[in-house]
Design a protein around this ligand. Structure first.
Ligand code: KIV
Length: 280
């Protein structure tokens, strides 16, 4: 599947699913589960690298994780080929991290180019739709780089916006609609809408030609995206709009505890009292 095919998916009314991955293992699990798209999101700064926000992760770190996810998808493809199944591999998209696209159009283009050249991603995602960001996206698209937009809760702006729901009043909603239209006009192949009112996301899914992929934006979007570690219950801080499907952390701890106790020799029921240590 190519990024442009997603518009056809939207026209056909087929819902799109996107899940995050951060290495080969998680990419294989997500591909095997049947996701249409794999996102190496900068949320990995928090879920995998242990940072408090997405801001510290670097472009080199994103490339490192994206290459690993790409190798996982290659291995999955090979497995499909060996088993004689021809399930299509998910589309691999990588987030551009904070300050890799905000310091001028040349630098932004070079960063996006590295993601396509050095990791096997088919496109990049970046946050916002300020005039400078639109100019950068325009430049990327005209250079052959598919771009996925991201509006609403944009975690790279956490120090301005926090993690609360966005576009809560009519002025902010109108602004977000204009920004979404501009992202479509400059050539984004899709748009992620995070933590905004469901009615607004529904309206935009109806009005935009490009697919709208929601997270915390109601059920009526053209597709849904989730952070895989959240769905699997592996993260300690779950966003309210992404509840876990299972207690992955609890299950893993329980299984490993059982293995650890199986390695220990059985202890006698009552231990002999150790003799008092002699005085030196
Ligand atoms: O970084 C990420 O995982 C994301 C998703 C929440 C859309 O941007």
């Amino acid at each position: 599947m190519r990024p442009a095919d997603l518009i056809v998916r939207k026209q056909e009314g087929l819902p799109i699913t996107m899940l995050t991955a951060w290495d080969a293992l998680s990419a294989i699990v997500v591909a095997e589960a049947g996701a249409d798209m794999v996102l190496v999101g900068d949320s990995l700064a928090m879920t995998v690298l242990g940072y408090g926000t997405t801001l510290p992760v670097t472009l080199d770190e994103m490339l490192h994780h994206c290459r690993a996810a790409g190798r996982g998808l290659d291995a999955w493809r090979e497995e499909q080929w060996r088993c004689g199944t021809d399930r299509p591999a998910p589309l691999l998209i990588c987030d551009l991290p904070f300050l890799s696209y905000q310091c001028g159009a040349d630098e932004a283009l070079a960063a996006a180019g590295r993601v396509l050249k050095e990791a096997p991603a088919a496109g990049v995602k970046l946050e916002g739709a300020e005039p400078e960001t639109l100019a950068v996206i325009d430049r990327m698209v005209r250079s052959g780089i598919p771009v996925l937009g991201h509006l609403g809760l944009t975690p790279q702006s956490v120090h301005q916006l926090g993690y609360r729901r966005q576009a809560r009043d009519p002025i902010a909603q109108d602004r977000l609609c204009r920004q979404a239209e501009r992202l479509e006009a400059v050539g984004c192949f899709g748009l992620v809408l995070e933590h905004i009112p469901a009615e607004l996301a529904t309206e935009l899914s109806r009005d935009l030609r490009i697919p709208v992929i929601g997270i915390g934006a109601g059920e009526a979007c053209d597709g849904q995206v989730r952070v895989t570690a959240d769905l699997l219950g592996l993260t300690s801080r779950q966003p309210p709009f992404s509840p876990p499907l299972l207690d992955g952390r609890g299950l893993a701890v329980q299984a490993l505890r059982q293995w650890i106790s199986a390695q220990r020799p059985p202890q006698p029921a009552t231990r002999p009292v150790a003799p008092a240590a002699p005085h030196c």
